[in-house]
Design a protein around this ligand. Structure first.
Ligand code: MF3
Ligand code: CO
Ligand code: CO
Length: 297
């Protein structure tokens, strides 16, 4: 006999829901569990309960995302030609502390700084340095991850330093547009592959290439959680995006090919293989019953 494990792990209709809301299961997550069970039986990949945040976790993540965006705002206010990427690290460390947060990257798997600063042909994970001086014409990604009250917020922005070339500006803009296009199509119970489909569609239409092997991720209780969010995908493929899931969309888009290599000395910095420019924006998204909410950007 076939047993539906998801079903036998369910509370009784009148019992408290597994999410801790205090509401009866029948009035809380039961309908969602039914829907996901149906999709699973139909052969779709569905999230397990660990990937569905409880109301308390969602509130904690919302606050962490808000704080994380305030740290990025502080960077926006100080970034200009002539400063070093170490100055950005100092600003992030100071603002994070002022707000009562913790910079999540510092010490993460040995990463030595409070923020990632990726300039021009650096795809991601650039390490702040006193030796890297921002000059007119540079483009830079600043990626902040903040722990606040135990919850993680994660987002990144591009900054154009002074006047940049039209080509650089276009790459920066198209990368952001690719996320906005994916969001236009993002609905509860749509698929993770849709995100990659729309991001890649927009990048390719503009002559660019998306990095396939580094992408977005679930986030909230840890910096990196399941699922992996690939920015090259197919419509209606991949995990179903259920209300309560929190994840990032953070495409890295290169002017040239999508190939890259890692700095063998620092073990972190990722460069484009062909030396071409790379841009990235990162939004943190909560799926809701009716759509989505941006927790940090
Ligand atoms: N913030 C990055 C992300 O978006 C992760 C940085 S990990 C680090 O996933 F160790 F490189 F800082
Ligand atoms: Co990030
Ligand atoms: Co991220």
């Amino acid at each position: 006999m076939k047993v539906n494990l998801r079903k036998i792990n369910r509370p009784a209709d009148h019992a408290a829901c597994w999410c801790g809301s205090g509401r009866a299961y029948a009035e809380c997550h039961k309908a969602q569990d039914d829907r996901l069970d149906g999709l699973k039986r139909a052969g779709y990949k569905v999230p397990n309960r660990k990937l569905i945040k409880t109301p308390a976790q969602i509130e904690g993540c919302r606050e962490a995302g808000r704080i994380n965006s305030l740290v990025l705002d502080a960077v926006a206010a100080m970034i200009r030609p002539g400063i070093t990427t170490q100055d950005i690290d100092d600003a992030v460390a100071a603002k994070t502390k002022e707000l009562g947060g913790i910079a999540a990257t510092l010490g993460f798997e040995g990463y030595p700084a409070s923020v990632c600063t990726s300039v021009n042909n650096v795809v991601c994970h650039g390490i702040p340095s006193k030796k890297v001086v921002l000059k007119e014409g540079d483009i830079i990604n600043v990626d902040c991850t903040t722990i606040y009250n135990g919850y993680y917020g994660d987002a990144s922005r591009m900054f154009c330093i002074g006047e940049v070339s039209p080509e650089a500006k276009k790459l920066v803009d198209v990368t952001k547009e690719s996320i906005e296009l994916a969001l236009k199509h993002l609905k509860p119970y749509s698929h993770i592959g849709d995100i990659g489909y729309y991001v890649n569609y927009h990048a390719r239409k503009n002559g660019y290439h998306v990095v396939r092997e580094i992408g977005g991720h679930g986030v909230g209780l840890q910096m990196h959680e399941d699922p992996y969010v690939c920015h090259i995908g197919q419509l209606n493929k991949g995990m179903v995006l259920a209300p309560g899931m929190i994840f990032t969309i953070e495409p890295m888009i290169n002017e040239g090919t999508g190939a890259f290599y890692q700095d063998e000395h620092d073990g972190w910095t990722i460069y484009t293989a062909d030396g071409s420019l790379s841009a990235q924006w990162e939004y943190e998204i909560l799926m809701t019953e009716t759509g989505y909410e941006i927790l940090s950007k």
